[in-house]
Design a protein around this ligand. Structure first.
Ligand code: R5P
Length: 295
């Protein structure tokens, strides 16, 4: 029998690409809130002896996580054979060490809770900074896909003479790859985060790149502070108007508007999280990956 694909919180546009797939049956799951805000879960499709694949949008995760866990535990009780999770944006990766005494290292606890409830996981560009692999915290098989090639293609089609800029040391992993594919130069900034909305950035010398279009590439755009600080600096030193690219469009509060107001020519993201800035469709990465799984 084909695996059963179940969507939770996923945008209809992202799901579209999966609906026509002959690889899955599409299942239906009702998730709603009782008036007291507790969750109600009901499978409308028989899951007995089925391999389930949840596709879940887990940005703003706190209110979505518990229903996901309930859905997973319900499926086990109803006799599902296996439960896989496609989570284009994997949250709770940034608190990857105890910065201050008494702090929770939530990345570990989140990974443990997910690992206890599902059998495998596929995600796109998780925030791997102090962890080098998801295996350091996840006990289940994980597959990490990368948006690098799709970002490179977008830049190739839209920007002439790009200078790829990564905001911090961990960004070198994707910035260097994109720059290599494009045969373009790249620069990595040195960023120290001082608070949720405060970053201190040390900039390299850009004097050789006045004729290039700066393309800032980050994995997550959250408060937008990193992008705004960088745009402001580039403006001050009279560089060309930059383009900002993020894989995961978190955009807390007014981050998107703030980046545009700071002077970005455009702000482009992948559709791992639904947002008006989505211009790079990454669903093909997941589809290709799924065709290689033996259920
Ligand atoms: C950092 O650690 C990430 O790679 C991003 O640079 C970070 O999430 C951006 O955050 P914000 O938009 O709040 O500056």
């Amino acid at each position: 029998m084909k695996p059963l694909l179940l969507s939770l919180y996923t945008s209809p546009s992202f799901l579209d690409g999966f609906k026509d797939s002959s690889q899955f049956d599409l299942g239906n799951l009702t998730v709603r809130e009782f008036p007291d805000q507790e969750s109600y879960i009901k499978y409308d499709t028989d899951v007995k002896k089925r391999d389930l694949v949840f596709i879940v949008a887990l940005d703003k995760p706190n209110s979505k996580f518990l229903p996901l866990i309930f859905a997973s535990q319900t499926a086990r009780e109803l006799g599902a054979r296996s439960i896989g999770l496609i989570v284009p944006y994997l949250p709770y990766m940034r608190q990857d060490k105890q910065f201050l005494s008494g702090e929770a290292v939530t990345s570990k606890y989140f990974a443990k809770m997910l690992s206890d409830n599902i059998d495998w996981l596929i995600t796109i560009d998780p925030h791997l900074h102090r962890y080098h692999s998801l295996n350091e915290i996840y006990k289940i098989p994980t597959t990490v896909l990368h948006a690098n090639d799709l970002i490179s293609t977008w830049v190739q089609q839209h920007v002439s003479s790009p200078l790829i800029i990564g905001p911090d040391s961990e960004s070198e992993q994707w910035v260097a790859t994109i720059a290599k594919t494009l045969n373009s130069p790249y620069k990595i900034l040195e960023k120290i985060r001082k608070g949720d909305n405060i970053v201190q950035i040390k900039f390299p010398n850009f004097s050789d790149y006045q004729d290039f279009t700066p393309v800032l590439v980050d994995d997550i755009i959250s408060t937008g502070t990193t992008m705004v600080e960088t745009i402001t600096h580039l403006k001050n030193i009279k560089m060309k108007v930059p383009i900002c690219i993020g894989v995961h469009a978190i955009f807390a509060h007014h981050a998107y508007e703030n980046i545009l107001a700071a002077g970005a020519k455009s702000v482009i993201t992948c559709n791992t999280i639904e947002h008006i800035s989505n211009a790079i469709d990454v669903s093909s990465l997941i589809k290709t990956c799924l065709t290689n799984i033996k259920f």
